[in-house]
Design a binder for this molecule. Structure first.
Ligand code: 5GP
Length: 195
């Protein structure tokens, strides 16, 4: 299977939908799946996030320099900050047959759908069980100001209009069940790409 190309799993969903927890648990089950952290110009939410490995934090100026250099496979501005996927890292991994998982927002998935990638793109949307549940989780997390929370909730309503971009939708009611569902999707997609 020297020619097998990797599968690119892109996980999308509003912040507060439980996406990060879900991705962390799923990664533990698939040790060969490579997690590619995003670049962002958003400040970190604290020292814990700085070292958590989910993001590479850079300044807005540095991000814009990288945009000009065409360093991103896709990038977007979300709630006032830039987020982007490193181009050569993902392409090299997929071309060498490694399966990749990373997060992106709807704008990112939309751009990735138009790219010619070395492997297959599988886009998965994680939905909160309700908007109230999302508001509750964002409030409980308490990492955003009231204005930032409003911007994020407005972004969610936009995202819901783009659900047809996705191959799968997982409604995150109970984390244990969602981990099972996401794992089943990943297992099936990797198995079918081996043929
Ligand atoms: P947060 O600030 O809550 O960590 O992320 C805000 C949004 O940016 C989330 O929807 C998250 O999935 C998305 N995001 C994270 N990394 C990327 C990326 O590389 N590209 C794009 N387009 N969105 C991303």
């Amino acid at each position: 299977m020297a020619n097998r190309k990797g599968v690119f799993f892109v996980i999308c969903g509003p912040s507060g939908a439980g996406k990060t927890t879900l991705v962390t648990r799923v990664r533990q089950r698939f040790p060969d799946l490579v997690y590619v952290p995003s670049y962002t110009s958003r400040p970190s939410r604290g020292p814990k996030e700085l070292t958590a490995g989910r993001y590479r934090f850079i300044s807005k100026e540095e991000f814009e320099r990288r945009i000009r250099q065409n360093d991103f496979l896709e990038y977007a501005s979300y709630a006032g900050h830039y987020y982007g996927t490193p181009r050569s890292e993902v392409q090299t991994l997929l071309a060498s047959g490694r399966d990749v998982i990373k997060e992106a927002d709807v704008q990112g998935v939309c751009q990735l759908r138009r790219r010619r990638l070395p492997g297959r793109l599988v886009a998965i949307f994680i939905l909160p069980p309700s908007l109230q549940a999302l508001e509750y989780r964002l409030d409980k997390r308490g990492t955003e100001s009231a204005a930032a929370r409003r911007r994020r909730l407005a972004a969610v309503l936009d995202e819901l209009g783009a659900l047809d971009l996705f191959d799968y939708i997982v409604i995150n009611r109970r984390i244990v069940q969602s981990v099972e569902r996401l794992s089943a999707i990943i297992r099936a997609e990797i198995a079918s790409s081996a043929n």
